[in-house]
Design a protein around this ligand. Sequence first.
Ligand SMILES: NC(=O)c1ccc[n+]([C@@H]2O[C@H](COP(=O)([O-])OP(=O)(O)OC[C@H]3O[C@@H](n4cnc5c(N)ncnc54)[C@H](O)[C@@H]3O)[C@@H](O)[C@H]2O)c1
Length: 339
Amino acid sequence: MGNSVIEINSKNGSYPVIIGDGLINRVDTFIPEKYKSGKILVVTDVNVNRLYAKKLSLSGEVYFYVVKAGEKSKNLKTVEKITEFMLDKNFSRTDLIVALGGGVVGDIAGFTAAIYERGIDFVQIPTTLLAGTDSSVGGKTAVNLSKGKNIIGAFKAPVLVVFDTETLYTLPEEEIKSGLGEVIKYALIDGKIFDAIDKEAIDLKEVITLCVECKKRYVEEDETDLSIRAVLNLGHTFGHAIERKYGLKHGVAVGEGLRIIVKACYDKGVLPKDEYEKIIALFDRYGVEKFDKPVADLFPAIKFDKKIRNGKLNVVLIKGVGKCEIRKFDVEKFGAFFI
Ligand SMILES: NC(=O)c1ccc[n+]([C@@H]2O[C@H](COP(=O)([O-])OP(=O)(O)OC[C@H]3O[C@@H](n4cnc5c(N)ncnc54)[C@H](O)[C@@H]3O)[C@@H](O)[C@H]2O)c1
């Protein structure tokens, strides 16, 4: 089967997202010619480096910068070290950064690209389900501070995204599960994705393509997340709090956050019974776990959500598959809806 190519046309830049099998050793054929006479810095983590660095085809003067795997690397110190490395190798603004890995590497490399000499182009080569369906598209980049996640960041669109779906074969089970959290979020937002995954034999490339097409619609309309893009935060208000408080993987925490929202929407009469049962069956099919502690334990963490404006918290509610609503809650009173 051929590749899927989705063009993202955003204010910060237009770029193709190419999805297909066995692309990692053909990446070079997609890289625009103008970068091939310059320097390329591949930012990756130790696991992905071990598995894919040799398979990655790139021409030009290519360097690798390898970070430790995991969220702990997503900080300003790492970014500083990468920029110092680039300076030592005389990288200029016409050179290129390539992010090879999951969302952590994508965020580190993307943010470095946003700030190095006031901005240098970058390419995303996602290797996790989460990165390929979500984080590599849309131009959000950020690193964490000890006090909070994704606090320092920038909107920086990549010039190209290449997702080799064969890289998923080496992805550990728990990372697939984490990626599924975001895929299921998309399924609740878009009925076409729900139908594509609500069956025994799913076509993975079709599902990934549908997720990227869904994200495209929101990113093109509201790239900087001031209005409608907020729908993509479905499950994330609670998800981020669970991730922060209990150290769960991003997508797993989002899955539990989705369950909290869906249950509350049903209990409060926002989500009809038949839709509720359909969604719960999908959660069960994919092993999306329930948050097993009192929901109120999460309220203090949510009060520090960076999306709170003028004392109001935007929470995405669900009225049915494909029907979301962004509702503003008073931050001191929002809890009543969820218990
Ligand atoms: N910028 C955005 O729009 C956006 C959106 C959603 C999430 N995120 C961020 O993404 C991050 C999570 O991303 P993630 O879930 O991809 O985690 P990750 O980048 O930490 O990768 C998960 C693990 O899988 C390993 N790995 C990656 N690809 C592999 C492969 N093909 N085979 C074997 N092992 C592989 C990595 O080494 C790592 O240990 C979080 O920091 C989150 O905040 C960003």
